[in-house]
Design a protein around this ligand. Structure first.
Ligand SMILES: [Zn+2]
Length: 342
């Protein structure tokens, strides 16, 4: 640590939980931020300020005007320039802390690139907006013994939980399978910027505790935390240890890593992609009510049609969907996650 570092991080070093040794661990740390939306952009900025030495920021989307209400690192110039979020984040961080090495990656995290994108890091922060990617992160992290911090927020509600393989329960210990049916998303249910900042900040605190390598016995007890900033409720439960018959921790089965749980996708006719989801029974009338404020919807018992120009989604009761207006599989998956919840 040089004298500049000592000055920059002086207040954090003074805090006994971090100290000079903890700060050195942060400077040496390599962290992946998976998803750079509301949670990820806050996490990336906060970790850069805290002095985490290397950040890989993974996100496939571009900064849009509707992001600015809650995505802390971005501004109107990023929207005007149409910058990818990962790249915009890297530029902002270069202005905040030149000492941090940032690797922006404009891509979706998938079973085929997870090794490249999450390999070689000390910790993964969940900034994703869908369960498919979270289960992929969990599989990777448990298989490799890499800690990660789960977080999610929608509406005024949020949840955060650290996963330390071998020490704590993992995501599949608690939820062996992703939730069924359509899920509320920020697109359909809205979200307050304050709850995303709160959850992201909580995740960053957990990350710093893990990265400071606190000697065993001095680390604070791990907890699962849920908050609702509107009702004002906060709940915490002690986080259990690994569950013996958990498919991931216990039986060491990693279907998400192998891509087995990913709904197959095919190009479908001219300028359309089909997502062959068959295990996500949907109540089309409920979904229609949720989507109605966002665009034209028509639904009967056989199919739902939703217009999100330039795209049109046709959704079937078993969860299958045809997304018209693109041949890009990543765009199709992203629209599915936004409007149906994945
Ligand atoms: Zn587990």
């Amino acid at each position: 640590m040089n004298s500049g570092d000592r000055e920059r991080y002086s207040r954090q070093i003074l805090f006994p939980g971090v100290g000079e040794q903890g700060q050195q661990h942060l400077l040496d740390a390599r962290v992946a931020v998976a998803g750079c939306g509301a949670l990820g952009s806050f996490q990336a900025g906060a970790l850069a300020r805290a002095g985490v030495g290397f950040l890989r920021i993974i996100d496939r989307d571009y900064v849009e005007l509707s992001n600015l209400q809650r995505q802390w690192l971005f501004d109107e110039c990023d929207v005007e320039q149409g910058l990818p979020k990962a790249e915009a984040a890297a530029r902002k961080i270069a202005e905040i802390n030149r000492g941090v090495r940032v690797e922006p990656v404009v891509a979706d995290l998938t079973p085929s690139n997870v090794e490249d994108l999450l390999g070689g890091v000390d910790l993964v922060l969940d900034g994703t907006d869908n369960f498919e990617t979270r289960y992929l992160i969990n599989d990777f992290a448990v298989e490799r013994g890499v800690p990660w911090v789960y977080g999610a927020a929608v509406g005024s509600y949020g949840i955060a939980m650290p996963v330390i393989p071998g020490q704590t329960a993992c995501l599949r210990c608690l939820y062996p399978d992703p939730p069924a049916g359509a899920q509320p998303t920020c697109e359909t249910a809205g979200v307050l910027g304050s709850v995303t900042a709160l959850i992201a900040s909580w995740q960053v605190s957990e990350a710093i505790k893990i990265l400071c390598c606190l000697p065993s016995g001095t680390a604070p007890a791990r907890k699962i935390t849920t908050v609702d900033v509107w009702s004002g409720e906060i709940r915490q439960v002690a986080q259990p240890g690994p569950v013996a018959d958990c498919p991931a921790c216990g039986r060491r089965e990693f279907p998400y890593l192998a891509g087995e749980r990913r709904a197959p996708v095919s190009l479908c006719g001219h300028n359309a992609v089909q997502i062959h989801e068959r295990e996500r029974p949907l109540e089309l009338r409920d979904l229609a009510a949720r989507l109605a404020p966002l665009g034209a919807v028509r639904a009967n018992e056989f199919a739902l049609r939703f217009e999100a120009p330039p795209y049109m989604l046709t959704i079937f009761p078993d969860g299958r969907a045809i997304i018209k207006g693109t041949t890009d599989v990543g765009v199709a998956r992203s629209l599915y996650a936004r409007y149906i919840g994945a």
